[in-house]
Design a binder for this molecule. Structure first.
Ligand SMILES: Cc1ncc(COP(=O)(O)O)c(C=O)c1O
Length: 499
């Protein structure tokens, strides 16, 4: 596919403005640009075709099955978009007076109340813009809490699991804490002996996701909570996997003191590529004074922003947070109503269905019922046929399926982390199983095909590190070869003549 600059031809236009008879504006010479901008020149149909062709090269939840473990890529009901586009929400200005934004404030307040109920905790701030920012906010709350108690210097360590998502150690480091990693035991729980050895008077808290990134619910979670509370430490719940337990079990009841909720995973709406997202934090009473300002509060029948929180950690995001995300989450939760637990039950059922169908063809490192996701290993294929998790993932693309998360969590070699979500019908799940089982057979019968995969995509295997670290995001006029086919007419010159 050609780049838009390569398709450009001098003088072509997507639209023509009418002539006007206004006097020319006298722009001072020093402010005039010396050369016209180097914009691509195309007719409207070619422009439309270019961007339409680009859009069909994307893979998203709207184009197919997207079982990206830990990322909960679920369908975004279109009613969410209808609701968020209501003029009262869409046209709201963040500096609007509170009296004229009562509906928006009420929605935020109600969402806070719902999230408190779902978490089993007491107070909420919607401000953080993502799970990772929720983590950082939660750790800042811990720090404020311990400083207030005169233990700020003493408590300098956060405990995480060796299965933790990369954002957990990153947030711990950003918040200025030391990290202590706890091993996973043979059943996929936190190893209690290792844990006990790492919790002491220097421990500020635990940061854990439950169910874990192995898709397993920790069987000793109340014991874990007791160990931390007895040491005077706090427990932070990374809510990225809340999709497994909504309406069934609550982090607050498990003993957690601070929770972040990934609105963009658990309560639908699009996400990926760095946003948009929402990572509200919900806390116990003892931590409420430290929550970010402004707090959205209710006074009788009206709602307002409260800045009068002297112990607050301050702001972690502009205004009151990502409002459009709140509207979508609220619409999604209300459309389930009291039956929200069905969402989690179906997510867990779908994952267990896949697990039951795939467990004989792939290695299963932790043989337990899973929650909303599970982790297989391709190490049997590697051992027997030299086929890796990456080969399996790339081959899935030839079957029009998005690969699962691979090589994470790190404790499972050749990991394939699969999360179907509750929105997939049985036919889609069966199609995925069929492809996964076919790939396991291909690994034995024609491993070279898997090494080549993907064979039917516009691009084959990319150097992903180079693509991430040295992304080329602008057209190199000077370096780019002239692809116009016109001898002697460099694209650079043609483009410069344009506009
Ligand atoms: C277990 C876990 N924790 C934290 C995060 C970070 O969340 P976010 O992407 O919203 O920053 C993720 C994201 O995938 C996750 O899976």
């Amino acid at each position: 596919m050609k780049l838009i600059y390569e398709q450009s031809r001098p003088g072509r236009r997507a639209s023509t403005l009418p002539n006007y008879d206004l006097p020319a504006v006298d722009v001072p010479k020093e402010l005039r640009r010396a050369e016209p901008p180097r914009l691509p020149e195309l007719s409207e149909p070619e422009l439309v075709r270019h961007f339409t062709a680009l859009s069909t090269r994307n893979f998203g939840i709207d184009t197919g099955f997207y079982p990206l473990g830990s990322c909960t890529m679920k369908h975004n009901p279109r009613v969410n978009e209808r609701v968020v586009a209501l003029p009262g929400f869409k046209d709201l200005h963040p500096h609007q007076e509170e009296e004229s934004a009562q509906g928006a404030l009420e929605l935020m307040w109600r969402l806070q109340e719902i999230l408190q109920e779902i978490s089993g905790l007491h107070a909420c701030s919607l401000q953080p813009a993502a799970g990772s920012l929720g983590e950082l906010t939660g750790l800042m709350l811990m720090r404020a809490y311990f400083e207030d108690r005169g233990e700020g210097e003493q408590r300098d360590t956060i405990v995480t699991a060796d299965t933790a998502h990369g954002t957990n150690p990153a947030s711990v480091t950003m918040a200025g804490y030391k990290l202590a990693k706890v091993a996973t035991d043979a059943r996929g729980n936190l190893d209690l002996d290792d844990l006990r050895a790492k919790v002491n008077e220097r421990t500020a808290g635990l940061m854990l996701t439950n169910p874990s990134t192995l898709g397993l619910f920790d069987e000793h979670i109340t014991e874990v909570a007791a160990i931390f509370h007895e040491a005077g430490s706090l427990l932070y719940y990374d809510g990225a996997n809340l999709n497994a337990v909504c309406g069934i079990s609550r982090p607050g009841d498990m003993g957690f003191d601070i929770v972040h909720i990934n609105l963009h995973k658990t309560f639908s709406q699009p996400h990926g590529g760095g946003g948009p997202g929402g990572g509200p934090v919900v806390v116990r009473e003892t931590l409420e004074p430290y929550l970010p300002v402004p707090a959205v509060v209710r006074d009788g029948d009206s709602f307002r922003l409260d800045y009068d929180r002297p112990k607050s950690i301050g702001k972690v995001r502009g205004f009151t947070g990502p409002f459009g995300v709140f509207v979508r989450s609220y619409a999604y939760i209300r459309s389930y109503g009291p039956g929200l637990r069905e969402m989690s039950e179906t997510a867990v059922l779908n994952a267990n269905y896949l697990l039951a169908r795939l467990r004989d063809a792939y290695d299963l490192p932790y043989d337990r019922l899973c929650m909303h996701e599970f982790v297989l290993s391709a190490r049997n294929l590697k051992r027997e046929h030299g086929i890796t998790a990456l080969d399996v993932a790339k081959r899935l693309m030839d079957y029009d399926l998005h690969p699962p998360t691979v090589y994470f969590p790190l404790v499972v070699p050749e990991a394939l982390m699969i999360e179907p979500t509750e929105t997939e019908p049985k036919e889609r799940l069966d199609a995925f199983c069929k492809a996964m089982l076919a790939i396991a057979r291909e690994a034995a019968e024609s491993p070279e095909l898997l090494k080549e995969a993907p064979v039917s995509r516009p691009v084959r295997r990319l150097d992903e590190v180079k693509a991430a670290k040295r992304a080329i995001v602008k057209f190199g006029f000077d370096e780019h070869p002239d692809l116009s086919g016109e001898e002697g007419s460099g694209r650079q010159l043609e483009a410069q003549k344009g506009a």
